[in-house]
Design a protein around this ligand. Structure first.
Ligand SMILES: Nc1ncnc2c1ncn2[C@@H]1O[C@H](COP(=O)(O)OP(=O)(O)OP(=O)(O)O)[C@@H](O)[C@H]1O
Ligand SMILES: [Mg+2]
Length: 335
């Protein structure tokens, strides 16, 4: 982490509030996102009360929080589709509230549900969007075909978009967000409705977009899949950002492991003799012990020691993903 010196960077933000893991000047200049102290209400509902958020270029940033925590509201603000009541937002160096055209030309937005024009085919949806972004007719066609192939919808290109299945509509929505090859991608629950194969493809696609230097923001509350996609995570709860963590940090933190052995009584005895505390989970048919371990080194020590003590270990694995572990340790509403 680094804290910018007094005076701040490019005079955008109050210096005392800037604590970022990536140099702010670079985040702005190279197409990243910086959000500081943003708030937004709808009547008496405070959807967002105080969010700080940063998404550097070349990385996938996950926006994580329970239902109603303000993820979509924040994304709409970053996409220039909603104005904040308070705070500072810069997307690729531009303010979405006052420079929406600059922001929209650089941002690909995938909403959580695809609104489709009833009469257009999937290919026409992409070509029409391309035209709205100022692509030439030839480029619209080329890009539409390219993207239909990327999201495996080529055979549905001539089908009305409204008849596509939920997962196919999600994939079309992703293609639509990519039509103008944007620097920044804002994807709201992009994996919802996708089958396992499509989720793997989405992960590969998002990683390759980040590798090209794009800024990718993904909101989700399916934490297990974000472990594989994201480089960093921003956790929000009740409209506030409560923690930022890189995946490296999340992976190396203390976490719970579940352990099973034959018989479980031998495992219990061994754990007690090492002074390792455990909780019992499951039922008599499938009982397992949960142990809290400080690091992967500690986990490998415990596994080795159990095996060397002739305990017949039948299962030994992290009880949840790295981000799930952080999420459960935060004082958030449960999903
Ligand atoms: N247009 C609106 N009018 C009134 N209240 C709204 C509006 N949009 C959002 N809210 C409220 O703001 C809060 C945050 O909503 P938001 O959609 O941003 O949450 P979310 O984190 O995206 O939730 P989910 O995980 O369910 O998608 C909720 O309490 C919601 O009811
Ligand atoms: Mg939402």
């Amino acid at each position: 982490m680094r804290t910018e010196p007094a005076g701040g960077v490019v005079g955008l933000l109050p210096p005392e509030r800037i604590t970022v893991a990536y140099p702010l000047t670079m985040t702005n200049e190279f197409g990243g996102i910086v959000v500081e102290g943003v708030a937004r209400s709808f009547g008496s509902v405070q959807a967002i009360r105080d969010i700080d958020f940063e998404a550097p270029p070349g990385e996938v940033t996950a926006l994580i929080g329970p239902n109603g925590s303000g993820k979509t509201t924040l994304m709409l603000i970053m996409a220039s589709l909603l104005a904040p009541d308070l705070g500072t937002v810069r997307v690729a160096g531009f303010d979405p509230a006052t420079q929406p055209a600059e922001v929209r030309s650089r941002v690909g937005w995938m909403p959580d549900t695809l609104g489709v024009w009833d009469s257009l085919t999937a290919r026409e949806v992409l070509r029409t969007l391309g035209a709205l972004y100022g692509l030439s007719p030839a480029d619209c066609s080329r890009r539409a075909d390219e993207l239909l192939l990327t999201v495996r919808l080529t055979e549905f290109g001539r089908q009305p978009a409204r008849v596509l299945s939920r997962g196919q509509q999600q994939r079309l929505s992703l293609a639509r967000a990519l039509i103008h090859d944007p620097q920044v991608l804002l994807l709201d629950e992009p994996a919802s409705g996708l089958d396992p194969g499509s989720r793997v493809e989405l992960r590969t696609l998002l990683r390759s977009l980040a590798a090209q230097g794009k800024t990718v923001v993904v909101s989700s509350h399916v934490l297990s899949e974000l472990d594989e996609i994201a480089d960093r995570a921003v956790f929000v709860n009740r409209g506030q950002s409560v923690k930022t963590q890189t995946l490296d940090e999340a992976g190396s933190q203390a976490r719970r492991y579940y352990v099973q052995a034959q018989p479980m009584s031998a495992l219990a005895e061994a754990l007690r003799s090492y002074g390792v505390r455990f909780e019992t989970r499951g039922d008599s048919r499938r009982e397992e012990f949960l142990v809290q371990l400080g690091s992967t080194a500690e986990a490998s020590w415990l596994l080795r020691t159990l095996v060397m003590s002739d305990v017949v270990v039948t299962a030994f694995a992290p009880a949840g993903g790295a981000l799930e572990e952080t999420y459960m340790s935060l004082d958030t509403d449960r999903l």
